[in-house]
Every structure is written in structure tokens, then in C-alpha cells.
Write a protein that binds this ligand. Structure first.
Ligand code: ZN
Length: 354
């Protein structure tokens, strides 16, 4: 585990994304229309003043307001909907480019660390106003649902809050599992889960090319005992087109490469199901490049490491979507990402099914 800590410290170093970028002959040359990209690690290192950990809903609202102000309006805040208890489902947007990207964090209220990562990504891409940042924001528009499940968060539980629910997916007397109600055939108006409906509405309003959904899982190890720090998966529903599967696999290859090489993360495939109501499958069925990212619930001293994992994922996807290199990744390489290994112990193999 010490080597992981060392690589976290090395975040400030100038590791570049060149390991996954296409051959130089294919890359767009740097110039006024494509300024030299900063290393994703350097972008991430500029956000360490922002809070990490398990932010309260109030702290989250405050830091997003701070980012909106610091960005001079380049990060735009909206409410995507209201929970059953009237809490805002927060949406942040930056950029005005044609490539639409949509990140979702914390559909499960007790899986917190994608949320501080999203906060930092919004700062890293929205607050600085260098030529590169302006170029990036001319190429992409990024929407983020920052903590989809604020009601579940205050209870530190998986589901939304709906005590009258007796759901097919969820817990009677508690609420629905938000990440089982994204079915393409289910309209937002008919959706019994306001948080899932809000995410559906953002998808319908933006028709994003890329959707990435950030969760947390228990602790797992590879057969050789190395810790699995992140698991990832593309759409697996059999009705997803081959083209959409390949675009999800391109995201997987990118994440595997960046997280392994920049952070020393242990990245595996995630053994997810085929159900169409899971966001990973639902937005793949709708044609987006879709990926699930599961951060392992490691010991507390690795909290910053895991926030950086999700942050680098978010930044690398934005950067490679903007410069076009994402689409040139060979999707077949995703099949070489190793399967998830065994749980560290029975107690950590909690109900963490995406
Ligand atoms: Zn989850």
C-alpha cells in the first residue's frame, strides 16, 4: 500500500497523458486552435485546496457556489430536480462545445467519493482561463449531476428516501435504488424515482456523447494479492449496438491506462449485470458511450487517492474527448482488463452492486 501513497504524492509531477494518446502523426498539432495540453495530473494538483471527504449537502452547495463565482460564470449551476424531501439535485455545466459529456456521482447515498472529485473537476476545467482551458471549453460541454442522491446521503444509505415505496429494486420502507430506474422505455414523467428522472431529463436535453457514472464498491484483490482500487465496465445489455459498446470500451481503456500509469491504481473490470435500468446499460442503449466507475472503499488514509482516481478519470475523459484521441483508442484492448478478484473479507463484500 505504501507504493500507492508514493504515487499520490507524485501527483504534482508532470506525468502526461501521452501514454494513451494516439501516435504523434495522428495527433492534432498544438497551435492556436489546439494549445499544448497540460498533464491531467497537473490539472488535478491545482485543486487540492478544495474539500475532500464526505461533504454535507450544505458544504456541497457552498463549494459549488464558490466555484461558480471563481469561474466568473463559466461554471453554471442549476437544479435538475427535487428529491422527495425537497433537496435540490444539483447540476453544474461548463463549456459550450459540441461534444457533450455527462458525469453522474453518488446515485447511491453511501458511496460518497465521486462527489468531491466532481467538485474538483469543475474547478480544474472551469476556473482557470488559459488558452488551453478556453480551447477545451470550445470543444466540449460538460454536465455533472453532483450527488444524485442527497436524501440517501444524509442517511448514509444506498436508496433514495421514499418510505411508502415497496419497490422492485430498492428497500421497502426506505426507498428506491436510483440506479435501476433509467430504463429507456420509462419516461421521466412516469418514473417513480425523482433522482433518476432528473438524470433522464438531463440526458434528453443534452443527448450526451459520453455518460460516466461514479460509484463505490467494497475491497477486492487480484489473484496475486494486489489491491483492486477501481473497477470499471461498459454496457453489457445485449441490445446495445456494437458501436455503443465499442465507445464504452474506449472509455474503459482510457481509464485503465490513465489510472494505472498516473496513479498506480489497480484497475479491473466490474462484474455488472445486463439489466436495462442500470445507467451504464440504459444510456448505452440510448447510444451514448457509457461507463461505470467503481472506486473501492479503501482505508481512510486512501480517501484522497480515491478522490484523485475519480478526478483523473473525469479530466482525462474531457481532455481526450476534446482533442479527439478518445475515439482513436482500440476498443478491443478493453477485453484485456483483468476481471475483478476476490473480496478482501466477507464483511467488505457489502451490497455494492453498481
Ligand atoms: Zn453504487
Amino acid at each position: 500500500m505504501r507504493s500507492m501513497r508514493t504515487t499520490v504524492t507524485a501527483l504534482a509531477g508532470a506525468l502526461v497523458l501521452g501514454t494513451v494518446a494516439p501516435a504523434p502523426a495522428q495527433a492534432a498539432p498544438a497551435g492556436p486552435d489546439n494549445p499544448s495540453p497540460p498533464a491531467v495530473a497537473a490539472l488535478a494538483a491545482g485543486t487540492t485546496h478544495l474539500p475532500g471527504g464526505d461533504l454535507t449537502n450544505e458544504q456541497l452547495g457552498q463549494v459549488l457556489q464558490q466555484i461558480a463565482r471563481a469561474s466568473d460564470g463559466r461554471v453554471r449551476l442549476r437544479t435538475a430536480g427535487l428529491t422527495n424531501e425537497g433537496r435540490p439535485i444539483r447540476r453544474a455545466t461548463l463549456g459550450h462545445g459540441p461534444t457533450r459529456i455527462f458525469y453522474v456521482t453518488q446515485q447511491h447515498g453511501n458511496e460518497p467519493l465521486g462527489t468531491p472529485a466532481a467538485v474538483r473537476a469543475l474547478w480544474a476545467l472551469g476556473v482557470p482561463d488559459t488558452a488551453w482551458h478556453r480551447w477545451l471549453r470550445s470543444r466540449i460541454t460538460l454536465d455533472v449531476i453532483v450527488r444524485a442522491n442527497p436524501d440517501g446521503h444524509v442517511r448514509n444509505w444506498r436508496h433514495n428516501y421514499d418510505p411508502d415505496a415497496n419497490p422492485e429494486f430498492g428497500q421497502a420502507g426506505e426507498g428506491y435504488d436510483i440506479n435501476r430506474y433509467h430504463n429507456p422505455g420509462l419516461t421521466p414523467e412516469a418514473n417513480p424515482v425523482p433522482e433518476a428522472a432528473a438524470i433522464q431529463r438531463v440526458w434528453l436535453a443534452t443527448r450526451p456523447h459520453i455518460v460516466v457514472d461514479y460509484h463505490m464498491q467494497g475491497q477486492y484483490v487480484f489473484p496475486d494479492g494486489r489491491p483492486i482500487t477501481t473497477s470499471i465496465l461498459w454496457p453489457t445489455n445485449p441490445l446495445v449496438t456494437a458501436e455503443a459498446v465499442d465507445s464504452g470500451k474506449q472509455l474503459a481503456v482510457l481509464n485503465h491506462e490513465v489510472l494505472t500509469r498516473v496513479l498506480g491504481a489497480g484497475v479491473s473490470q466490474y462484474p455488472g449485470g445486463d439489466y436495462e435500468g442500470i445507467a451504464r446499460n440504459a444510456y448505452g442503449l440510448r447510444g451514448s458511450a457509457s461507463l461505470l466507475v467503481e472506486l473501492s472503499d479503501l482505508a481512510p488514509e486512501f480517501e484522497e487517492f480515491q478522490i484523485n482516481t475519480a478526478l483523473l478519470s473525469m479530466l482525462a475523459i474531457a481532455q481526450t474527448a476534446a482533442d479527439g484521441s478518445l475515439r482513436r483508442i482500440d476498443p478491443a484492448r478493453a477485453d484485456a482488463i483483468p476481471p475483478r478478484g476476490e473480496p478482501v473479507s466477507a464483511t467488505t463484500a457489502h451490497a455494492d452492486a453498481a
